[in-house]
Every structure is written in C-alpha cells, then in structure tokens.
Ligand binder design. Structure first.
Ligand SMILES: Nc1ncnc2c1ncn2[C@@H]1O[C@H](COP(=O)(O)OP(=O)(O)OP(=O)(O)O)[C@@H](O)[C@H]1O
Length: 519
C-alpha cells in the first residue's frame, strides 16, 4: 500500500499529537512513522482513498495551533538515509559498520568490490560467518574498544587483499554500540604509494627465481633498465620475456609514463599498421572522424613493448625502422611527421639471425633493435627455479579454486624437475593449475601431474567401428585443435601452424566450442 508523508508546522501545545492521532484513528488510517520536532510534526501514514486524503488535510488543518498541512516526498529519517547512502556510495574506500554483536548494519558498494562479497552476502550477516576470526580485527575492537590502523587482511577463500582501519562507535556514556571499518584495496594502496613516492608498482621482486642463471639475467636487466636504449629480449615461449619488459619499464626513468605492450603476431598486418601509427581523418572509408592516434603516440614519453617482433611483415619492419631512426611517426594518409619519444623493448622466440639469412627479417632493423640483447634461459636450463615457481602457482590456484591443497609431494616435485618444459613457465603454470583442479586432498600427488604431451588424441581404432566418416573427421579435427591450443596463443599462430586463415581457425574453434586461452 502506498504511503503519504505529511509535514505539519504548528505552535507547540500539549495534546496536539493526540488530536492528530484521533482524527486518523476515526478514519482507520494507520500511522507508519512519526517524527516530532519543535514546531513541526512529520507523519507517514497509509494512504487509503482520495476522499480520506481530502478529509485529513481539512480536519488536521482545523486543529487549534496547527499552521498548515503539507505533503512531502520523504520523511526526515528517509532523507537522511538517502543522503547517507549517497555519501557512502561516493567514496572509493570500503565502509562496513557493525552492531555490538558483530552483525553488519551498513556497507557501501566499494566494500562489496574490495571484499569480493555480494550485497546479499554482506547485508545482515555476521562478521564471523564471512571472515575467518583470525583476520577480523573488528571483532577484537568490539571487545576492547581500541581502534586500529592499516591492518593487512588477506582472505584466501574470497581472494581479497586490503588494508583496514577500525574505530568503535560509542554512546554518550562511553558504551560500545558498534564499530566501523574502512577498507582500502591493496592495489589502490600500491597506486597511492606509487603516486606519492614514484616507487614502482611492479618490480624485479615480482619475478621469482633462485637459479644462478636467472640471477645473472636479472642483474643485467636492472642495469639495462636505468638506460634508454632499445632492448631485444630473447627466449623460448613462456620464459617470462613480457615480465622482464614490464620490470625494465617500471624500474626505468619512464616508469610514470605508459607501458604499451603489443603482440605483433596477434593482429593482422593491415590492422597492425593502424594500431602502431594511427591514421588521419578520412584516411579510408569507415575511418573514425578526427583520425586516430597510434600506439607510438599513446606511448609518448613511455615504453612500447613489441612482443613477437619476428612476426612483423617486411613492409612494417621498414616502417618501424624509420620510426626508430628518425624518432618520428606519420599517421596513415598523412604527410605530417609527429615526433615521438618512446623507448622500444622488443621480444622474440624466433631465430632472427636465421630469418635474416632467409630474407624474412631486415638486417638493418635487427641491428637497430638488438642494441642490448637479453637472453632469458629456458626452464629446463634452470631447474632450480621449479620448486619455487611450482609453490607460487600452487598457492595461486589453490586460492582461486578454493582448494585446501598446500603441498607438493616429493615424487611429484621430482616428476616436475625431470620434465623438459617446452612451454616453459607458462606450461608449468598450466600443469599446476590442472593438478590443483584434480587434487582432492591437501597434497598434490604424482597422479595429478599431467603434462601437455600426455593428452594424446583419440586413437582412431576406438572411433572407427561405430562412427560415420564425418564423425571420425570431426573427432580428429577437435583433437588436433585441442593439441594446437596447448601450444599456440593467438589465432594467427594457430592459423600458421594449421595452414588455415584466421577466419577458418575461428570458425573451427566455434564449431567445437573451443577458444584461445587468454592469460
Ligand atoms: N620468474 C617468474 N616468476 C613468476 N611468474 C613468471 C616468471 N616467469 C614467467 N612467469 C609467468 O609465466 C607466464 C609467461 O610469462 P610471459 O608472458 O612473460 O612469457 P613470454 O616469454 O613473454 O611468452 P611468449 O613468448 O609466449 O609471449 C606469465 O603468466 C608470467 O607471469
């Protein structure tokens, strides 16, 4: 039933509320809420009919000392609640208020985002049902009344990580009637530290290793980072080339500017050119009005990371060489040259020297980008790193998949140490993710470790007897695609490996309900 809110200005007198109540009672009208302030009464009542409404306006106005009766949209308490909601909704920090028993009474949308809990989970729930007691300083606060500042909370089941400060809410006699916690997401804290101190948000500390080989690479990379020269990062697929590029940028003098990564193999040539250099207004049919900035312009002042540079077509290689030599770009369809100040980091797992011999890679570009070569060793050449990286991925996927697995058995670690890792750290991550999916207990065992090459395609003998040729071909096609997907990350690479066009690959993936694994 709809309610009607009234504001009744008056000259205070004893018995006025009783008179109003009598009029409403006579008409069987229910009072939903009432607020009495000096010289004003606010009423929220059930609205019955237009006739009732006319009647109560007339009769209440006629009460002695009543000045007027006005209809209003919201009661004062509703207005305050709306204002509070707007204030809570406008802050980026999470806010959670609880009553003395630890039941959540208020929270804002930022708290949902930071705790990774939904409004339904938070509303009227108790702290203990949502957070392990060991990570809820608010619970202690309710007992001691002592506030706290910037406690770090990592809640593994919900994958949330934040800093929280808390204060008690006391009544006038000093009794604790609740508490309020402020939550700051850890990534916002990092950004803040970065803004204030200029300290890098991603550093070499995020690249894990124990091997001597990697120590040498990391030391060299840290030195390189201080300079401004072009770096060519070499290494097999999945060895961490992009990770190094990011660490070099974030430790360099350009750290405050943009790091723009581009995988040259992921985009067809024609698009790649517009991505890199942009285009002028009206350069071609369907081009955006006002033209478009390319990535070199975007990255101005910062770093551009050209991953899989060996996949660039020879015509784009020539254009890239011009930018590196002249420090200027020209948008497609434009004659104007725009100066850009961009550090180029490039990476490849291809043998560029062999490609030069075959005429597939320009020698002049090679010398231009290979100013400082950085070789990331394959995982099989630094097996000492396997236990540490395995633990990292085990923790990551145990948390992500809500599994209680905490350790890797001796023999499975042995199995990991003996494998040749053609897909390097990316493959190790896949294998651990797969194992965590399979494990039921707390220890990852030998049987949970399945390498990519262990996935053997359906043997033909098992399908031949009962299937039509179309079905057999379908099964084989699906197996081949699954196998190829474990080795290639982009449509372009897949297409190349299977001698198919982009669209043909895409169509086949769709047909079998498969997709490229994004990382
Ligand atoms: N030393 C490391 N510590 C932690 N994670 C790592 C390390 N090296 C690589 N990784 C992880 O392995 C994955 C592959 O790394 P990355 O993408 O940097 O490799 P890449 O050599 O650039 O691969 P590709 O040649 O296929 O582009 C990423 O998820 C990355 O975070």
């Amino acid at each position: 039933m709809k309610s009607l809110c009234l504001k009744i200005p008056n000259v205070d007198r004893i018995g006025l509320i009783k008179d109003i109540s009598c009029i409403l009672a006579e008409r069987q009208i229910n009072i939903l809420s009432m607020e009495v302030k000096p010289n004003t009464v606010f009423l929220e009542i059930n609205l019955l009919t237009e006739d009732d409404k006319f009647y109560i306006f007339q009769t209440i106005r006629a009460i002695s000392q009543v000045i007027d009766v006005q209809e209003i949209d919201l009661m004062p308490y509703q207005e305050k609640a709306e204002q509070l909601k707007a204030v809570l909704g406008s802050v980026s920090d999470g806010i959670i208020a609880v009553d003395p028993q630890g039941n959540i009474t208020q929270h804002n949308p930022a708290a949902e985002k930071i705790t990774h809990l939904t409004a339904d989970q938070l509303v009227k729930s108790s702290l203990d049902s949502l957070f392990p007691p060991s990570i809820v300083p608010l619970r202690t606060l309710l007992q001691t009344g002592t506030g706290y500042d910037n406690c770090e909370v990592i809640n593994i089941p919900t994958q949330s990580h934040y800093l929280t400060s808390g204060r008690p809410i006391m009544d006038s006699s000093g009794r604790i009637i609740g508490a309020v916690a402020i939550l700051k997401d850890i990534s916002d804290v990092r950004d803040l530290v970065y803004t204030v101190t200029g300290q890098s948000s991603f550093s070499f500390g995020d690249i894990l290793y124990t091997s001597k080989a990697m120590q040498r690479v990391a030391t060299l990379a840290k030195t390189i980072a201080q300079g401004d020269s072009t770096v060519l990062i070499r290494g097999e697929t999945g060895t961490g080339k992009e990770l190094f590029a990011k660490a070099i940028h974030d430790t360099s003098a350009r750290a405050k500017e943009l790091f723009v990564p581009l995988n040259c193999a992921a985009i067809p040539d024609t698009l790649l050119e517009t991505e890199l250099f942009g285009y002028k207004d009206g350069a071609f049919t369907g081009s955006a009005k006002g033209g478009k900035k390319g990535l070199f312009e975007f990255a101005d002042g910062g770093t551009i990371f050209l991953d899989e540079i060996g996949e660039l077509s020879t015509s784009l290689q020539a254009k890239l060489l011009r930018v590196l030599q002249e420090g200027k770009i020209r948008r497609i369809g434009d004659t104007l040259e725009i100066p850009v100040n961009v550090r180029v980091l490039a990476a490849t797992n291809r043998n560029l020297e062999e490609m030069i011999q075959q005429g597939k890679f320009r020698e002049d570009l090679y010398y231009r980008i290979n100013v400082i070569p950085l070789f990331i060793p394959p995982l099989k050449a630094r097996r000492d790193d396997i236990p540490l990286l395995s633990q990292l991925f085990l923790r990551r996927y145990a948390a992500r998949l809500h599994k209680p697995v905490t350790a890797i058995s001796e023999s499975s670690l042995q199995k990991l140490m003996e494998y040749h890792w053609p897909g390097n750290i990316r493959e190790l991550e896949n294998v651990i993710e797969r194992a965590v999916n399979l494990v039921a207990g707390s220890i990852l065992l030998n049987e949970h470790i399945i390498f990519d090459h262990d996935y053997s395609p359906t043997p033909l003998e098992t399908v031949l007897p009962e299937c039509a040729l179309d079905e057999i071909l379908d099964k084989v096609e699906r197996d081949v695609l699954i196998k190829a997907l474990t080795q290639h990350r982009t449509l372009r690479q897949l297409g190349k490996a299977l001698s198919l066009s982009h669209t043909a690959v895409l169509k086949k993936l769709r047909k079998h309900g498969l997709s490229i694994v994004k990382r």
